[in-house]
Design a binder for this molecule. Structure first.
Ligand code: HEC
Ligand code: HEC
Length: 616
């Protein structure tokens, strides 16, 4: 076993260096909503709901600047030893540079598309950013504010870490939990390390400062389990970062980490600069595990402490001296500082104001929590399957049949709800809360509640109305395929889509590309998709889904059996789903290009002009 001996001694040497050196080991860089400058002076927090970055002076624990950066900032990273930082602005497709001392934006660069994780090299000259769509890493030269390379990595990439020697980047795929290793020099993908097929929602990765390991918080979506217990399972997966054959992923289930205490929705992990402590925050159960990092290649982590946090904690970061840990309770709009190693609360910092209407904020808190009255046994929350209103890319075996998770964009305009239109208001999700899946007490006091299509539940509980308001509040992002207008292929596809001889717009009509309407009787259609599944209890007629944002919501159809938009067309038998048998392969491709470009404009003004009313 010579290999192992060499590796261990290397670790020992590094540890020895660490203990001799005046400053702690310089860790690599990893994506987070929080970062702290190398001198420990400034803390930066990306405020996703406000579109700002707050700069906290860590000597006074006061916010000194709150700087507007754009919609949905998802990551911050200080540039080397400077007081400047890069911010990934997910909603506006740009990376912004902020001077923390001045609180000013000093530069901005457009990226294509949806920048999420952002990290900087130690010299502060180069920034890397994951582009969730179309699945790339962009390399930015900060001095010249230029994109020097764009590396193709994989679909829906979010998490990003630079290993300590800065030779490789580690990237996580959001909807598979796969970890992709990219060699910095060549820009090549060296390997893609895949976990279980149920691995899901991996939005962050941190690299250990000395061990060849990285840590990925994620869930498993176990689509065949329709009971709360074990349907969504929390994990931190430890990944071997050396490139070699053999077993490389150690998935550590967080629900059985200390007895059977269940936590939900691991969001970020943080590692102390000396590599001895790992913290994982759980955004569903509002708590955090403090773990000792073991150098055993087997148990990997050992539980030390559980800490109760505030609402929806999404980020944690150690200070460079390792003496403080900062945690961001995003729905309290507060960062809490803990002293290390006691983990006593040292300060509570209000980082920004709540920008949401009180009702929407209340609804958001309920949507993200895995605690009562929403959830009985702590495993799951609405956000486990609809994180930030997105779909989880999964098809669940529900009691009524196979059901692909829908994104919640624009749903205030497209009631009734569900593939089978079996719900007419968002308040009907009280039935989901009380179901086997969530086993919550529910938000309505009455023991018995009306059927989903019966008397309205609206008005029965202010909390339930708040949950509905939040659910109805999601906007539809403009398609990246339509940023510079429709391509020629998409224009040809548009002609076909609206042609009577093809007939798509008979059902996919109006600004939301759906004829769904709350007028009764509901218009349900048999498009030949619901006949061959013995578990189906409600088909074969379905509500016409909106086609906005279909570029990012694969797989398709209620049963999720169409992996691509082309598959939807190719699975059309007997021209029951529009008339497509006469189309050439090129024409079908044109149709696909058009659908990928939806929406090419904000649908809300057109919807208002057409007299439609949004359900708030
Ligand atoms: C286990 C995963 C899971 C959880 C947890 C979950 N959902 Fe869903 N959600 C789904 C699936 C799958 C569908 C599609 C089901 C259907 O259409 O029949 C869906 C559909 C919806 C829709 C319909 C959207 C539309 O436009 O038709 C809404 C609204 C919704 N969910 C809200 C919620 C809320 C609120 C909660 C928490 C109370 C929740 N979901 C919890 C998986 C989940
Ligand atoms: C008769 C009404 C009708 C017509 C005409 C129609 N659709 Fe549909 N479409 C539906 C219904 C209903 C569904 C949902 C079926 C299911 O889930 O099994 C659907 C689903 C889809 C989906 C999947 C969306 C998703 O989110 O999974 C796509 C894509 C789609 N249609 C495209 C088209 C195209 C392209 C045409 C024209 C060639 C077309 N449709 C014609 C009613 C229609």
């Amino acid at each position: 076993m010579p290999k192992r001996v060499i590796r261990l001694s290397l670790v020992n040497v590094l540890l020895l260096c660490a203990s001799l050196a005046p400053v702690a080991v310089r860790a690599g860089s990893s994506n987070s909503l929080l970062d702290i400058s190398a001198d420990g002076r400034w803390l930066a927090a990306a405020n996703r709901d406000n579109g700002t970055v707050s700069i906290v002076d860590t000597q006074t624990n006061k916010v000194v600047h709150e700087t507007a950066v754009g919609h949905k900032p998802e990551g911050v990273t200080f540039l080397g030893d400077t007081a400047r930082l890069a911010v990934s602005v997910y909603g506006d497709d740009k990376v912004v540079i902020v001077d923390a001392a001045e609180g000013k934006v000093t530069g901005s660069i457009d990226v294509f598309d949806e920048p999420y994780g952002v990290v900087s090299t130690r010299d502060g000259k180069t920034v890397y950013v994951t582009l969730e769509f179309p699945g790339q890493v962009a390399e930015i030269d900060v001095d010249r504010m230029k994109i020097t390379r764009t590396l193709d990595v994989g679909p829906f990439v979010r998490g990003l870490a630079l290993v300590p020697d800065e030779q490789r980047l580690l990237v996580t795929e959001y909807l598979t939990g796969a970890v992709v290793t990219v060699e910095r020099g060549s820009g090549k993908v060296l390997e893609r390390l895949v976990g279980a097929s149920s691995d899901n929602i991996a939005r962050q990765i941190v690299a250990h400062p000395t061990r060849p390991k990285a840590y990925v918080p994620h869930i498993r979506s176990r689509v065949n389990v329709n009971r709360g217990e074990g349907s969504v399972v929390p994990f931190v997966t430890v990944v071997d970062t050396n490139v070699h054959e053999g077993k490389r992923r150690a998935p550590l289930p967080m629900d059985s980490f200390i007895g059977t205490f269940v936590v939900a929705n691991p969001w970020e992990t943080a590692i102390s600069p000396d590599g001895s402590i790992l913290c994982a925050v759980f955004a569903g159960t509002d708590d955090m595990y403090v773990c000792a990092v073991l150098d055993d290649d087997y148990r990997e982590l050992s539980f030390r402490k559980g800490i109760q946090l505030g609402h929806n904690p999404r980020a944690a970061k150690f200070s460079p001296d390792g003496l403080s840990l900062y945690v961001y309770n995003t729905l309290d709009f507060q960062v809490v500082a803990y002293s290390v190693p006691s983990f006593k609360k040292a300060a509570t910092i209000d980082v920004c104001q709540n920008p949401l209407k009180p009702e929407v904020l209340r609804g958001k808190v309920l949507f993200y929590t895995a605690l009562e009255p929403m959830v009985g046994r702590r495993w799951i929350s609405c956000s486990s399957c609809h994180p930030d209103g997105d779909a989880d890319g999964r098809t669940w075996q529900n009691p009524e049949g196979l059901r692909n998770t829908t994104a919640l964009y624009g749903m205030g305009w497209t009631h009734p709800l569900h593939w089978s239109a079996d719900r007419d208001e968002s308040q009907d999700f009280e039935h989901t809360i009380r179901s086997q899946l969530m086993q919550g007490r529910g938000l309505v006091r009455n023991r018995n509640i009306p059927d989903a299509l019966g008397e309205p539940l609206k008005g029965m509980s202010s909390d339930l109305d708040a949950l509905a308001s939040y659910s109805n509040s999601h906007h539809t992002p403009i398609s990246p395929f339509a940023k510079s207008g429709l391509s020629d292929a998409a224009k040809r596809g548009k002609e076909l889509f609206f042609a009577a001889s093809v007939g798509c717009a008979e059902c996919h009509s109006g600004p939301y590309f759906s004829n769904s309407s709350t007028e009764k009787p509901y218009k349900l259609h048999d498009v030949g998709t619901g006949n061959d599944d013995p578990s189906e209890k409600m088909g074969p007629k379905y509500d016409t889904p909106s086609l906005l944002s279909v570029y990012r919501t694969a797989p398709y159809l209620h049963h999720g059996k169409a992996a691509t938009l082309m598959d939807v067309i190719n699975q059309n038998t007997g021209d029951k789903h529009g008339k497509t048998s006469q189309l050439s392969p090129e024409q079908k491709q044109d149709l696909v290009e058009f659908m990928k470009a939806l929406p090419f404009e904000d649908p809300e003004p057109a919807a208002r002009a057409a007299g439609l009313v949004k359900i708030e």
